[in-house]
Design a protein around this ligand. Structure first.
Ligand code: ZN
Ligand code: ZN
Length: 371
């Protein structure tokens, strides 16, 4: 998830009963929770609902730490639900399936991303854009599910998810490097595809962090000529190894002169407020600057920077479930996983500080066996 969750919107349709999930038998599961917005995360236990007829029970093996976990756990994006079990980059193995499940069986390698439900009947759900469900999708955590209960995310040992919101992780992708694909992968894959990253196109990626490093890998695998625009040249060697053809420091004003009018697509992955006008100047006529980062404050923009050159400033939020599966299959085909630093659950708070300080190459992944 890359934008503020509207918790109230989720609540308005929360109490629709779902057959097969009303059983009171639950499973107690170890987890790491933020007890409140100001408190560090700590070990706890939570109850997972009984496996309904359309549900799969997943033994979580790995959970990525996304910057949006921190935004939400600290209420940077507004009021949140506590205790909060963050985590929407979940990779694991199915251990049990409900009676009506058709797509999965015990032993299957699966993933869960930023949402676990949606209305499934609105025009966006029917078009495979469940993330834009008109009644609000149900976030994997920090949301209220259709059973009226809060949802809890991947910093835990098990999760029960409807099979319709579960995707398959291809055998060739190790689960630890696959976990971050469920948010960072789809968040960058979807806009790169939509805005035409392909052979013959020049794509720039702003920021070489958790999202940006996947953006570089995916844009390169899609055949585009890739440029990293980063504050400094500190990560240049990494960027070139990840698949970038060029690397420029945005702290150097010459970058903006030299690259003026260069790119077909620019993907901004940073959460800090940028001078969007300056970056729009780097687009070709008709080019698009797509933003997937979510600064906590509004931006100011002189709209002449769009009008001159028929340019587009766009946004993009994760991707639908079918597209998430397509992304995983694409990553498997091209041998793409995230660059990760595997941590134990006891290191989560320290990892949060390091993410805030951009001190991670490039995604922390929690080994959930250590919870
Ligand atoms: Zn995320
Ligand atoms: Zn819907």
């Amino acid at each position: 998830m890359v934008g503020p969750l509207d918790v109230r919107k989720a609540v308005t349709w929360a109490n629709v009963p779902r057959p097969g999930t009303l059983d009171t038998m639950t499973t107690t599961v170890a987890a790491y929770a933020a007890p409140s917005a100001k408190a560090p995360l700590e070990r706890t236990t939570i109850e997972r609902r009984t496996v309904g007829e359309h549900d799969v029970l997943i033994d979580i093996k790995f959970a990525g730490i996304c910057h949006s976990d921190i935004h939400q756990a600290r209420e940077g994006w507004g009021e949140a639900i506590f205790p909060m079990i963050p985590g929407h980059e979940i990779a694991g193995v199915v251990s049990e399936v409900g009676s009506a499940v058709t797509r999965f069986k015990a032993g299957d390698r699966v993933g869960v991303g930023c949402m676990v439900d949606s209305c499934r009947t609105c025009e966006n759900c029917l078009a495979g854009r469940e993330q834009h469900c008109l009644r609000g999708n149900t976030g994997t955590y920090n949301a209220i599910g259709r059973d009226g209960e809060p949802t809890y995310g991947g910093y835990s040992q098990k999760v029960v998810v409807d099979e319709a919101f579960t995707v398959r992780i291809p055998d060739s992708l190790p689960l630890d490097v696959a976990a971050p694909l469920l948010c960072a992968g789809i968040t960058t894959y979807s806009p790169l595809k939509q805005w035409g990253a392909a052979p013959g196109k020049k794509v720039a990626v702003i920021g070489l962090g958790g999202l940006g490093h996947m953006g570089v890998k995916i844009a390169h695998a899609l055949g585009a000529e890739v440029t990293v625009l980063s504050q400094s040249l500190r990560k240049k060697d990494d960027g070139l190894k990840l698949g970038a053809d060029h690397y420029h420091a945005t702290s150097d004003p010459k970058t903006f002169e030299e690259l003026a009018g260069t790119f077909d697509v620019i993907l901004s992955t940073v959460s800090a407020p940028l001078d969007f006008g300056a970056y729009l100047g780097l687009l070709k006529v008709g080019g698009a600057l797509v933003n997937v980062g979510a600064p906590e404050e509004p931006i100011a923009l002189n709209l002449f920077s769009l009008i001159g050159g028929n340019k587009t400033l766009a946004g993009s939020a994760i991707g639908g479930i079918a597209e998430t599966q397509e992304m995983l299959d694409f990553c498997a085909e091209h041998g793409l996983g995230a660059e990760i630093e595997l941590i134990e659950a006891s290191q989560i708070n320290e990892a949060y500080e390091r993410v805030v300080n951009s001190d991670v190459r490039y995604r922390f992944v929690i080994d959930t066996a250590t919870i």
